[in-house]
Design a protein around this ligand. Structure first.
Ligand code: NAD
Length: 422
């Protein structure tokens, strides 16, 4: 069985465990254990050499209980049917946790976009929209960027959608668009800012100040770089960065400085040399990075990086899942045993989808907000979700992941009851 299949089975087990814990019915579990709808398509693309290639594509809409589905589309060779099932289910939980009138969606195409020309990439993007056209729209399902997709691809998606639908400018069908074609200000910073907010609120809860708190960060991309910026601005100290860039000096996977690394210096190194690691600081190994004695460990790069092989060595007091799924089931069990707190991805990195929702609102209403308005609204909406997770964890005496699941599922369950489905 594939890794994604195992992840789907594990997720179903967790949903069942939490459903039982919160007293939800078997009928409810039977609804949420599988996505409502999955489209599987074969997309033909005329290649530059005159041949036609077909690409496998998927779009999963997990739950419409609370509203239209929302979630990214990734272009990657690793995309599978099971993967979109897992990710769309987690998206349902993420949006419900924020109290948004949305469900979870996810899509993907099995392709290595680096192997396509610009023209082929555009053809594939337009073909994807043609394949799912009847199942997307501002009130049905709203795709967005994800791994290897971006505002440019959203531009192709939007243009094709308008053309296919009699010229209707339903640009709220997609989010993550360029600001010049209806995207929201503040989206680039949103996920990193949300990671910072979750940590700040956690520190307030435990009665500590962020001043002087040390953190180790994996990944200096969109999420990691902004999280580092806001944390350092608030007095925290970035003592190590682990990253994987093809331009990193040979042999280095992480840099360490007990006096603190400066995010601006890292940013400059990334811009000028292609890797934030190319700075004057002590080089350490991956193993040393995960075993650092620090207050906060923030994996902000990729999935499954803390598992049974390294969780035992983690010395941080708090692990914050800025990436999606960076801690495996086995890794989390070890962290729990060691009394290390963990803030789950569906809360920590929810700032991105929150501001995508703001983009949807701005497109629907035709009224656009400045950056300050976006930031203030994000702070208010995320603070509410963070505090609710802390309260639920205390109430049920469970960890933050289970608390977040209970909260999300209770909102989906309530909507299904009110709609007479259960
Ligand atoms: P990105 O591509 O901008 O940056 C990824 C960073 O991770 C880079 O610094 C890269 O060097 C590093 N990296 C990649 N592979 C690595 C490895 N094997 N070891 C160490 N470092 C590695 O991506 P991003 O947008 O910052 O997203 C990071 C994570 O956050 C992903 O899991 C993504 O799904 C999740 N996420 C992103 C957003 C968003 O708004 N961008 C929202 C929610 C969740």
């Amino acid at each position: 069985m594939t890794k994604a299949y195992d992840q789907f089975i594990n997720l179903q087990k967790k949903l069942k465990e939490v459903s039982d814990l919160a007293g939800f019915s078997e009928s409810f579990y039977n609804i949420i254990k599988e996505p409502e709808r999955i489209i599987e398509a074969n997309i033909p693309v005329k290649m530059d050499d005159g041949t036609t290639k077909t690409f496998r594509a998927f779009r999963s809409a997990h739950s419409s209980a609370l509203g239209p589905s929302k979630g990214g589309v990734r272009f990657d060779e690793s995309v599978t049917y099971e993967e979109v099932k897992v990710l769309s289910t987690l998206m349902s939980l993420k949006v419900a946790l924020l109290g948004l009138p949305l469900g979870g969606g996810k899509g993907g195409i099995v392709v290595d976009p680096k192997k396509l020309s610009e023209r082929e990439l555009e053809g594939l993007s337009r073909g994807f929209v043609r394949a799912i056209n009847n199942y997307i729209g501002p009130r049905i399902d709203v795709p967005a960027p994800d791994v290897n997709t971006n505002a440019k691809i959203m531009g192709y998606f939007t243009d094709e959608y308008i053309a296919l639908n009699g010229g209707r400018h339903d640009i709220a069908t997609f989010t993550g668009k360029s600001v010049d074609m209806g995207g929201s200000l503040g989206r680039a910073e949103a996920t990193g800012f949300g990671v910072y907010l979750t940590i700040k609120k956690y520190y307030e809860k435990i009665g500590k100040s962020l001043e002087g708190a040390t953190f180790a960060l994996q990944g200096f991309g969109n999420v990691g770089s902004f999280a580092a910026k806001y944390l350092v601005e608030d007095g925290a100290k970035l003592i190590a960065l682990n990253s994987k860039d093809k331009n990193a000096e040979s042999g280095s996977s992480a840099v360490f400085d007990a006096n603190g690394l400066d995010p601006e210096t890292l940013e400059k190194a990334r811009e000028t040399t292609g890797s934030a690691l190319n700075i004057d600081a002590k080089k350490i190994s991956n193993e040393e990075f995960f075993a650092l004695d620090c207050d906060i460990l923030i994996p902000a790069a990729m999935e499954n990086v803390i598992d049974e092989t390294n969780a035992e060595n983690v010395k941080a007091r708090l692990v914050v899942e800025a990436a999606n799924g960076p801690v495996t089931e086995a890794g989390e069990a070890i962290l729990n045993e060691k009394n290390i707190s963990l803030i789950p991805d569906i809360l920590a990195n929810s700032g991105g989808v929150l501001v995508s929702h703001y983009e949807w609102i701005q497109n629907i209403t035709g009224s656009y907000w400045d950056e300050e308005e976006v930031r203030n609204k994000q702070e208010k909406d995320m603070t509410k979700a963070i505090e609710e997770v802390f309260e639920t964890a205390d109430k049920y005496k469970v960890n933050y992941r289970k608390a977040a699941f209970i909260l999300s599922l209770s909102r989906i369950e309530k909507a299904l009851k009110l709609r007479g489905r259960i």
